[in-house]
Every structure is written in C-alpha cells, then in structure tokens.
Ligand binder design. Structure first.
Ligand SMILES: NC(=O)c1ccc[n+]([C@@H]2O[C@H](COP(=O)([O-])OP(=O)(O)OC[C@H]3O[C@@H](n4cnc5c(N)ncnc54)[C@H](OP(=O)(O)O)[C@@H]3O)[C@@H](O)[C@H]2O)c1
Length: 271
C-alpha cells in the first residue's frame, strides 16, 4: 500500500460503482491500510446500496460521481458493463489513473476523460475471495502501481500478454472454483488432464497453480441446498459462470464447460 499512498499524495481512491464488487474492494482497501478519509465512493443512489454502506459505516464517504472524480487520483471503475457510459462527460484529475473492472469491456470503449496510457484493465475473482484475501486477478497492460495495489488486497496477480486473453482468463480463472464446486457436489470427476490441456491451449503457463488455487478455495462438502445457494450467488443470469454451469448440467467435462464460458465471454465482449 506504500506505493499507492505515495502516488496518491493525499488524494483519494474513488470507488465508482459501490455495488457487490465495489463494496468488497472498499473493505479490502481499508483493511490493507488506505486511510478512510482517502476513500470516496458513488452509486446511483439505490436504497439497498445506501443501506449497505450505512451498515458498513461508510455512508459519509458517498459522494456524487463528479465529486468522486474531482477527489480521486485512482478511479476504480466498478459499474456493470451495461453502465460503461456512466463516466461520460465528467472531468477527471490530470494524471489520474482509471482502473476498469468491467467484464468484457475494452478500455477504449470507456468514455473517460483520461488518455489510453492512463488506463488499466483488471479482472478479479468473486467478492468472497476478496474478503478472504485468497483471490486472483489478471491485468493488462502491466502497471506496477495497480499490481502493488491488487497485491496489497491479497490477490495473486497475473499480467496478461495481451488484452485478448481476458475472455479466457475470466472463464478459466474466476469461474473455476464454481465449476469445481459443482463437480464435487454432483459426484462428477474433475478431469485434471483436460484442464491442463486447456491451460496449454490458451497459453496460460501458470494454469497448474490456478487449478490448485480453485481446488483449494472451492467450498467442499456442502449440502445440495447450500451448494445451490453458493452457485446462484456466483452466477449472474446470462453471464459467464452460468454458461459454464449449464455446460456441466448438459454433461460437458469441466474443460469443455469452461470453453463454453469463454465463448459466452466473447459474445458479451462483442456487445
Ligand atoms: N461480482 C463479481 O463477482 C465480479 C467479478 C469480476 C468483475 N466484476 C465486474 O465488476 C463490475 C461490478 O459488478 P457487481 O457485481 O459489483 O455489480 P453491481 O452490484 O450491480 O454494482 C454496480 C454498481 O454500479 C453503480 N452504478 C451504476 N450506474 C451508475 C452510475 N451512472 N453512476 C454511479 N454508479 C453507478 C450501482 O449503483 P446502485 O448500487 O445504486 O445500483 C452499483 O453500486 C461489473 O462490471 C462486473 O463485470 C464483477
């Protein structure tokens, strides 16, 4: 966090979109040592989010989007992909960095008032892994400051060789614990060799480590009802995890189901 605080030089980190992931990132940043007065967040004003922020004693950190961008030198963009235009037309601080967490959305598609070389795209595993500090993240392009920040949140960071790898990473990384939990809960084998071959096909040399991570963190021994609850929370309707789980339900082996997720991610990226 020291590098981040030096870069901020007293300015704030802005959580633009304080939803599920935004709240998890907020808690993780505070736990990592970001002073509370150097954190601002915004949302559309929904009662549910306002109540969650009040419960977390963060209600006083909520500001308007314009105020957030005026205060923040690092803007973490955490709206849903459908709301990618939320930042349009709002000035940003000179030298500010935009870190986008939006799935399937290229940096060039975000109408933010910063140059392309002040933008970094990341993909992280689900909010629960942030809370437990055992998550993974991918990043492109490489940025030492963002890498240090993600590592301070307890995430293992993979620098992708190109932006085209985000789709494969999303399905094969963050979705893998859910796929593994489904297999364990339905007495279906987890074809390790098939997964290794998939990793090789998509050029992830770290895939054996990612498989080990997913097998370690995925919930085990859950009753069917608990498993369904865990999977329902993780799978947005129409999203990538849902595509992977549908593959498994249709009888796909785990690697083939993950490939369905990659294809769904590619479809979502086309918009
Ligand atoms: N959830 C995950 O596991 C996960 C993992 C990796 C990446 N992601 C990515 O993270 C992003 C957020 O996902 P999520 O699950 O956290 O979604 P979410 O719970 O719906 O949160 C989105 C937030 O954006 C706010 N928002 C929407 N339009 C806005 C606007 N015009 N101005 C200010 N705030 C606005 C919403 O406000 P209200 O709260 O008032 O509605 C909400 O707080 C997505 O792009 C997703 O692809 C999510």
């Amino acid at each position: 966090m020291k590098t981040v605080l030096e870069f901020l030089d007293g300015a704030a980190v802005g959580i633009f979109g304080a939803g599920h992931l935004g709240q998890a990132v907020t808690s993780a940043l505070l736990k990592a040592g970001l002073p509370r007065e150097q954190l601002v967040l915004c949302h559309t004003g929904s009662a549910k989010t306002a109540a969650a922020l009040t419960a977390a004693e963060l209600g006083d950190r909520a500001v308007t989007p314009a105020e957030l961008l005026a205060a923040a030198k690092i803007v973490l963009y955490l709206v849903r992909p459908q709301a990618a235009n939320a930042i349009a037309g709002l000035p940003m601080r000179p030298g500010a960095l935009l870190v986008s967490f939006l799935a399937g959305t290229g940096l060039a598609r975000i109408p933010a008032a910063v140059a392309q070389n002040q933008r970094v795209r990341v993909m992280v595993s689900d909010p629960d892994t942030l809370a437990k500090q055992n998550g993974i993240a991918a990043m492109f392009p490489e940025n030492a400051l963002v890498q240090a920040m993600l590592q301070a949140l307890g995430l293992s960071v993979l620098v992708l060789p190109s932006k085209d790898r985000f789709q494969a990473f999303t399905a094969m990384g963050p979705c893998l614990p859910m796929a593994a939990a489904w297999c364990l809960g339905h007495d279906r084998p987890i074809d390790h060799d098939g997964l290794l071959a998939l990793g090789e096909r998509y050029g992830f040399s770290d895939y054996p480590e990612m498989i080990a991570w997913a097998l370690e963190i995925c919930p085990k021994g859950l009753a069917r009802e608990e498993l369904n609850e865990y999977l329902n929370q993780a799978a947005t309707p129409g999203g990538v995890t849902e595509a992977v789980l549908n593959g498994l339900r249709d009888g796909d082996a785990i690697a083939a189901a993950l490939e369905r997720g990659i294809r769904r991610c590619e479809e979502l990226a086309k918009g």
